[in-house]
Design a protein around this ligand. Sequence first.
Ligand code: ATP
Length: 223
Amino acid sequence: MAKSKKQFAIIGLGRFGSSVAKFLSEMGYEVLAIDSDPESVQDLANIVTHAVSADSTDEEAMKALGIRNFDVVVVAIGENIQASILTTLILKDLGVHKIIVKAQNELHGKVLNKIGADKVVFPERDMGLRVAHHLISPNIMEHIELSSDFSIVEMKAPSAMWGKDLRNLDIRAKYQCNVLAVKRNGEMNISFPADEKLLVNDVLVIVGRNEQLTRMEQAYAEP
Ligand code: ATP
């Protein structure tokens, strides 16, 4: 029998929460959207499966909504750090399987980890980092932090690489970074031949230590 699709609850329908809720709904998932502000709820009423106005720091209200039965609950309350922490504690107490929480800053994130959030996300910080990487090296199209030490970057092949192959570029020896794949004409090749020449619009997907990636980005930076 086909496994039924995951069910999600999103608490806090600011820009972040509502975009998570909308995307999941568009992908065909069942979404319960919760916000204490009836206007925010109204905005999503016709998009998600259920949209309700409730205060997530009210344990009884969360119980009544059957929050425990959702596979994943996303807490996207930003400014009110106290409400975000209380909500996470309540969800934890109610036995929610997986809790993902948006943190406002590092300290908020630390508290959330301590009280048992399964994943803490920092959308503003991460987007700031991406923009900064792109400013240092406009060839960097994407930057994904895997941990505090390692990242994956998508880099448009800089002109210094055109006509050269991966063997000659020797990125592994020079920067201790690994080219995982090369994207050409929209197609991802995960076993790109080491002796094939790179072309103008190729995009390299590279994994490495953050400081080594930055060193490589700077070495290949072009105006
Ligand atoms: P974003 O950056 O995603 O727009 P934000 O980080 O500025 O959001 P807020 O606007 O402070 O975050 O909060 C997001 C939403 O969470 C708001 O719509 C707010 O009404 C809702 N919210 C705040 N506290 C609670 C609560 N206790 N219960 C339910 N919803 C809440």
